[in-house]
Design a protein around this ligand. Structure first.
Ligand code: IMP
Ligand code: MG
Length: 183
């Protein structure tokens, strides 16, 4: 790729590949929820804002969108300690919920959210992530996965390190020395 930022090692998933996969996922999800009255898509901020926007605009079934914001301690890493900084606006009782996240690393965040939402008595909860790392320790079953990637730090398409590079249209691997400086 031309003019790759000096923080970046290489592009792992191109913009074209992302757009193609998002369309496939939207088609699959629309078909799976054909019988549902409506789908409640919950995007997890900040990381999922771009993916959730692209995905929902291609759904052909009735749906509504809401967001939760989480923060984890530590600037750039996936530390495991999660805190809700913005909760949903409405109860989710009897709703079919699709939880949309940017990435699964250890799986701790997804597991935390899955339990939290299931405690609120929705009709169902499924999970959708753009990228899943091979090293996910908890081996969580994720219903819809965009791409499986190696265990490296990635940025772009919503993903950041220390809030940087979130709005790149592709997913790129961060140079290990940049990552190490921040941990
Ligand atoms: P977990 O380890 O699966 O709980 O991942 C926790 C969170 O760490 C994710 O939701 C992301 O916000 C962040 N994260 C993990 N790996 C990456 C990465 O490679 N790039 C950017 N954020 C990441
Ligand atoms: Mg995140």
């Amino acid at each position: 790729m031309r003019h790759l930022h000096t923080d970046l090692e290489q592009v792992l998933v191109s913009q074209e590949a992302i757009q193609g996969r998002v369309s496939e996922l939207a088609l699959q999800i629309s078909s799976d929820y054909q019988e549902a009255e409506r789908l409640l898509v919950i995007g997890v901020l900040k990381g999922a804002f771009i993916f959730a926007a692209d995905l929902t605009r291609q759904l052909s079934i009735p749906h509504v969108v809401d967001f939760m914001a989480l923060t984890s301690y530590g600037r750039s890493t996936s530390s495991g300690e999660v805190r809700i900084v913005m909760d949903l606006r409405e109860p989710i009782e009897n709703e079919h919920v699709l939880l949309v996240e940017d990435i699964v690393d250890s799986g701790q965040t997804m597991r935390y959210l899955d339990r939290l939402l299931k405690d609120r008595n929705p009709a169902s909860v499924r999970t959708c992530v753009m990228v899943k790392k091979h090293g996910d320790r908890l081996k969580l079953p994720i219903d819809y996965v965009g791409f499986d990637i190696a265990d490296v730090w990635v940025v772009g398409y919503g993903l950041d390190y220390a809030d940087r590079h979130r709005t790149l249209p592709y997913i790129a691997e961060l140079k290990p020395e940049v990552y190490r400086k921040l941990v």
